[in-house]
Design a protein around this ligand. Structure first.
Ligand code: PEP
Length: 253
């Protein structure tokens, strides 16, 4: 059975004690109710809590994920964190192209591609985020926008590189808004990506595509059954261990 993914993006939340507590509660919850064999669980704490969260996760199968990386390996980039730095901390996977990075920090497709290559070059795996705004969806451009983001991120990667990448489709209008894409909306986009966009871009097996945008315990069962949804990227609901643990359980195929 194909791997399914449940990834929690903590964004700029928690403090040191809160991050350690959240990671501890999650590992206890998943020890008591282990995820199905095919489900890979990961958490993306803020940079400054990666090391203490790693300590807590030692011995568990929960992946340590970073929320971003800088495209350059080192140098005069005050405040930035590079991919080799993250790899040296034991980070296994990096999120690139999150819509908040695109909208708030100005990450364009070219920057996202450089970050993706930097993370792969440092030996980590990648979650490449894509998604349309409400205005783009209402203008009938959703598939075109997402297709262009994926083309910029994936075109020309080797089969070996592609094997280290998964995609997260996150409609911007559903992130942190409480509005979830309906299973029909998510299913239509995931089907278009799987059947039209990715086969043209991928030389070999196409990456799994996760859904993200107001995923909660109340909607995980329907989303997990939606065609071509290979897992979920979760923001708000990953900040409570019991909610995220429920989502992990619901992720099984
Ligand atoms: C996200 O940040 O990737 C996300 C999907 O957030 P939320 O679940 O809060 O909508």
């Amino acid at each position: 059975m194909a791997t399914r993914y449940a990834v929690g993006n903590w964004k700029m939340n928690t403090d040191l004690a809160g991050a350690v507590t959240l990671a501890t509660e999650l590992s206890v919850a998943l020890r008591e109710h282990p995820p199905a064999d095919e489900v890979m669980v990961g958490v993306a704490p803020p940079f400054c809590f990666l090391a203490p969260v790693k300590e807590v996760l030692q011995g568990s199968s929960i992946e340590l994920i970073a929320q971003d990386c800088h495209p350059e390996a080192k140098g005069a980039f005050t405040g930035a964190v590079s991919a080799p730095m993250l790899a040296s901390l034991g980070v296994q996977r990096v999120i690139v192209g999150h819509s908040e990075r695109r909208a708030v920090f100005g990450d364009d497709d070219a920057t996202v591609r450089r970050k993706l290559e930097a993370a792969l070059g440092a030996g980590m795996r990648v979650i490449l985020c894509c998604g349309e705004t409400l205005a783009q969806r209402e203008a009938g451009q959703a598939e075109e926008v997402v297709g262009a983001q994926l083309k910029a991120g994936l075109e020309g990667l080797s089969a070996d590189q592609l094997a280290q990448v998964i995609v997260a489709y996150e409609p911007v209008w559903a992130i942190g808004t409480g509005v979830t894409a309906t299973p029909e909306q998510a299913g239509a986009m995931h089907t278009a990506l799987r059947e039209q966009v990715l086969p043209d871009l991928c030389n070999g097996d196409a990456p799994a595509v996760l859904y993200g945008g107001s995923v909660k315990p109340a909607n995980i069962d329907a989303l997990a059954k939606t065609a071509h949804v290979g897992g979920v990227l979760v923001g708000g609901a990953s900040l409570e261990a019991s909610s995220f643990a429920r989502i992990v359980q619901g992720c099984a195929g």
